[in-house]
Design a binder for this molecule. Structure first.
Ligand SMILES: *[C@@H]1O[C@H](CO)[C@@H](O)[C@H](O)[C@H]1NC(C)=O
Ligand SMILES: *[C@@H]1O[C@H](CO)[C@@H](O)[C@H](O)[C@H]1NC(C)=O
Ligand SMILES: *[C@@H]1O[C@H](CO)[C@@H](O)[C@H](O)[C@H]1NC(C)=O
Ligand SMILES: *[C@@H]1O[C@H](CO)[C@@H](O)[C@H](O)[C@H]1NC(C)=O
Length: 448
């Protein structure tokens, strides 16, 4: 009897319920399901770097960090600012005077995204919230004098979108970090006195459901105390049941450890990866932060964005699309237009995207590229371009007597005929009148 009770206790309270601070344990945590269902997110790079709005969010490093400095950045400063002007002097001009978090959240919601990830702190070290560990280098002490993280988080959540935070582990010019680096990362002054207190505080205050870690690559995860932090995050934090993280937790971790994989920026696998992943990319192909000298030709157009999104989702990824707001708090209207365009497409075709799973075959080259997704018993064939003829041939689906084909957004079933018994079909398309060149989705039921 005593033995039986003991066995029952073991079954009811399995010993593996708490994660330990090692990758074997942490990597075994299942991703909370909301993330795989969400598919589409918005990434926002906003900070003091938005003020010079030149080069990219890496401006400070390119101007004064790397050797040799980028001559374009040096010339930009020489030509536009007084001698001796220092980077922190940009902060007062980060005024966010037109920042309306409700309006931003409306745009993000209209894009069809289900989560939003804001830079809480980029490599410059400036926090968009009142971090007690970032005295006078945060958005409440200086610049906007406002809790940007808190205000956006509230508006985003109020629209039932998930709210996540990007956080850079390293800070280019933090004296504590530079000292640890000089010591070959054998000391942890920066990690113990700056990074970790700030990170724990940020999680407790804002309860982010994504922690998008970055800036990890110069030092090993043991320097950052990454596994200890993640064990706390998954066991004891206020977001332990819903939070997802990426894979940038120390040199060598990308594509190998953590939650979902980002691998490198704009990662685009050639075939179906075995681990959940996310493609992050930016409407402005040259920068994540706002650039005052951005040109139309530097931007991804809407059909390109949609094709990229479809390709990503067909290969089991999530798509995190970035926009860089201005220092005065506006989403540049050209970005807003792109986001609303994505939303208009998802309004019709989202059935093939949200909560979908990769199909047995991910793509085939018909007269136009065709990407497949699946959900329940349906499969979706997404045509990323308008076919040259009013018919399209799909070789991969195996048809049956019950096969039914429709075009999302069009109520009338389409007529089709088998190519060979049980292998492939020819579908007669209705007039595809969308001249913007966006993608069309065929829904196939009763196929294998
Ligand atoms: C969010 O977007 C969805 C889908 O476009 C729409 O139905 C809904 O009304 C929007 N919600 C808010 C609060 O704007
Ligand atoms: C939340 O959204 C509602 C409308 O859906 C609005 O009336 C309210 O002001 C919003 N509140 C906050 C805190 O964003
Ligand atoms: C950091 O990790 C070390 C072991 O590597 C551990 O002794 C220490 O308690 C950790 N500190 C925090 C704040 O996680
Ligand atoms: C489709 O064509 C593209 C471009 O030619 C090629 O890279 C890709 O491998 C092809 N895919 C398949 C499944 O044949």
């Amino acid at each position: 009897m005593i033995v039986l009770t003991f066995v029952l206790l073991l079954v009811t309270f399995p010993c593996g319920a708490r994660y330990t601070a090692d990758w074997t344990s942490l990597d075994a945590r299942p991703l909370p399901s909301w993330y795989g269902e969400a598919k589409v997110g918005i990434f926002i790079h906003w900070g003091v770097f938005s003020v010079p709005g030149f080069d990219s969010e890496w401006f400070w490093w390119h101007w004064q960090g790397q050797t040799p400095p980028d001559p374009k950045c040096v010339a930009y400063m020489d030509n536009n600012y007084p001698p001796g002007f220092s980077y922190p002097e940009f902060a007062p001009e980060f005024n966010a005077q037109f920042f309306k978090p409700e309006e931003w959240a409306d745009i993000f919601n209209a894009s069809g995204a289900k989560y939003v990830v804001l830079t809480a702190k980029h490599h410059e070290g400036f926090t968009n919230w009142e971090s007690p560990n970032s005295w006078n280098w945060n958005s409440v002490d200086t610049g906007p004098h406002r809790d940007l993280v808190g205000d956006l988080g509230e508006a985003v959540r109020n629209r039932s979108l998930h709210f996540g935070l990007y956080n850079s582990l390293y800070e280019w010019f933090n004296p504590l970090y530079l000292k640890d680096k000089q010591n070959g990362f054998q000391t942890q002054e920066f990690v113990l006195h700056k990074l970790l207190p700030e990170l724990y505080n940020m999680v407790v205050r804002y309860r982010p459901e994504v922690i998008w870690s970055d800036g990890d690559w110069e030092a090993p995860d043991t320097y950052w105390n990454s596994t200890q932090f993640l064990a706390w995050l998954y066991n004891d934090s206020p977001v332990k049941d819903t939070v997802v993280t990426n894979d940038r937790w120390g040199a060598g971790c990308a594509c190998k450890h953590g939650g979902y994989y980002n691998c490198e920026d704009k990662y685009t696998p050639g075939q179906l990866p075995s681990h959940k992943w996310e493609k992050c990319t930016s409407v402005d192909k040259l920068s994540w932060g706002y650039r005052r000298n951005m040109k139309m030709s530097d931007l991804m157009d809407l059909p390109t964005i949609i094709e990229d999104l479809v390709h990503t989702v067909a290969l089991g990824g999530n798509y995190l699309l970035n926009v860089g707001p201005t220092p005065d708090g506006m989403i540049p209207v050209v970005f807003e237009e792109r986001l609303r365009g994505v939303g208009a497409w998802l309004e019709v075709n989202g059935e093939a995207v949200y909560s979908s799973e990769p199909w047995r075959v991910q793509m085939e080259n018909s007269s136009v590229p065709v990407w497949y997704t699946s959900k329940g018993d349906s499969i979706y064939a997404i045509l990323t371009r308008k076919p040259p003829k009013p018919t399209v041939q799909l070789l991969e689906p195996k048809t049956s007597a019950n096969t039914k084909v429709t075009l999302l957004g069009n109520p009338v079933p389409l007529s089709w005929s088998p190519i060979k018994p049980n292998a492939g079909l020819t579908i007669v398309l209705p007039e595809l009148c969308d001249t913007a060149g966006k993608a069309w989705t065929l829904k196939l039921d009763g196929v294998k």
